[in-house]
Design a protein around this ligand. Structure first.
Ligand code: ADP
Ligand code: MG
Length: 432
């Protein structure tokens, strides 16, 4: 076993204050939207119908979703922890605009580690004699906000002796990020256990009221920090996932909310009138959300999809081709995009992807510090994430918050990839 430091930038990166505030201001709207989608069976069925014919992973999730609904939900408290990610697009006319990359509704990470970067960057700026600038770096503690959401869900579940279970990876690469949230819960006298799907398969059970037990302990909240990629599952793990979803325990997220975070859903949300239908009577929320959208296009079979595919093949550098995957490193760009799309343009396989306008941020120089890597200056671009937390009991929203932010920065030569993928590093926004 090896412990490494999490990679980070030497210097904080400039972020326009107005766009930073815009990202915070729209987070409660996105919380409402994700929650609305997760409760809308008709929308999810229609939206994912073409995808699940060709994408086995989404299909398996969808099957659990349907199965749980048919049986009837035992869960009555819902907890969402998401992270909406943005880049700042520099349009042809030069006005920077906040554009959403995606929203992560499962295992959205780095809320813990990023709580520590302002202190690091403050120190660096002081060493450089920039005391004034150092004092302007904003404090940020998402792990506290995430823990408050988990604590609220635990409380509403209503059993003092029940625990919170972090569902974690077999190889625990990001344990310290998770511990930050965990410690906040222990500080509130809430017991936390860490288990893998395998443990659930071997030792998990439901009682008559579908209360979840593991090792003799009742579980109030299941916080998934895994389960978002096909590699997380073998047949036993799928069985464990089904057991968890059937249970009364508060899943963060429940399977419906995981599906609400798919790229296919993101693309369908941009259709005219869609937001209005999902968030009736909330014109201001709809407007704030739509402001952050860039072009997203369906590749479903048919005339619309044919046109989209042809457009992308003709100008691949203007687009990103995305499969229904998470965790970085799956998207296609440029020549590779053209090549793949040419190959699949007449086959149903095409519908497992969506197409997105490529966002083009203004690069700036920074040093990316990571273990075993030489110190050199890089041209970089950044991605801003805002953490959202909400709790719903039955039909009533009892918490809806923005819980902090994450800035990740990467060298421009990498089109794709996050921190876990070894491409991006942790950063702190310097508001300008
Ligand atoms: P994942 O679920 O794998 O994180 P994302 O949609 O976040 O998928 O894409 C991964 C990375 O690819 C992003 O962090 C970003 O660096 C880059 N990327 C994604 N979409 C775009 C886009 N439309 N324009 C520019 N870069 C993008
Ligand atoms: Mg991402």
């Amino acid at each position: 076993q090896m412990v490494n430091y999490a990679p980070f930038t030497l210097l904080p990166s400039a972020v326009p204050k107005a766009l930073f505030e815009q990202a915070y201001a729209v987070q409660q709207d996105f919380n409402l939207l994700v929650d609305a989608v997760s409760q809308n069976r008709e929308f999810l069925e229609r939206t994912l119908a073409s995808t699940i014919k060709v994408d086995d992973f989404t299909a398996r999730l969808f099957r659990i979703y349907t199965q749980v609904l048919e049986e009837g939900l035992a869960q009555s408290v819902f907890l969402g922890i998401n992270r909406s990610d943005y880049m700042i697009d520099c349009a042809v006319d030069g006005t920077p605009a906040l554009k959403q990359i995606e929203i992560n509704t499962i295992a959205a990470s780095f809320g813990g580690l990023t709580s520590r970067t302002p202190a690091v960057h403050r120190q660096v700026l002081k060493v450089l004699g920039k005391t004034e600038e150092a004092s302007r770096l904003v404090t940020n503690n998402p792990s506290q906000g995430l823990a408050l959401g988990i604590a609220k869900a635990w409380e509403l579940y209503g059993s003092q002796s029940a625990v919170v279970m972090f569902l974690v990876e077999r190889v625990q690469r990001n344990i310290f990020d998770q511990r930050c949230v965990e410690n906040e819960l222990w500080n509130r006298n809430i017991r936390v256990i860490r288990r893998r799907f395998r443990d659930v398969f071997e030792k998990g059970s439901l009682d008559d009221a579908r209360r979840l037990y593991i090792d003799g302990q009742e579980v109030a909240v299941v916080y998934y920090r895994e389960g978002y990629v096909p590699q997380n599952y073998d047949p036993q793990n799928w069985e464990a996932r089904l057991l968890l979803e059937r249970s009364r325990a508060v899943k963060c997220p429940d399977i419906a909310t995981q599906l609400a975070g798919t790229k296919k859903v993101q693309q369908e949300l941009t259709r005219p009138g869609m937001l209005e239908r999902l968030l009736p009577g909330r014109a201001a929320s709809v407007a704030r959300i739509r402001e952050t959208f860039t072009g997203l296009y369906s590749l479903d079979l048919g005339e619309e999809g044919d046109k989209v595919a042809a457009k992308a093949i003709a100008a691949p550098d203007h687009f990103v081709l995305k499969p229904q995957r998470e965790g970085g490193g799956n998207n296609l760009y440029g020549e590779e995009l053209r090549h793949v799309l040419e190959k699949i343009k007449d086959s149903p396989e095409r519908t497992s992807y969506i197409l997105m306008d490529k966002i083009k941020p203004q690069p700036s120089k920074n040093y990316l510090l990571r273990p075993h890597s030489p110190l050199k200056v890089s041209e970089c671009i950044s991605e801003l994430g805002i953490f959202g937390v909400y709790v719903r009991q039955g039909k009533e929203m009892v918490m809806n918050k923005a819980a902090g932010h994450l800035l990740r920065t990467k060298a421009i030569e990498h089109a794709d990839g996050g921190v876990a993928a070894g491409v991006a590093v942790l950063d702190t926004p310097y508001l300008v």
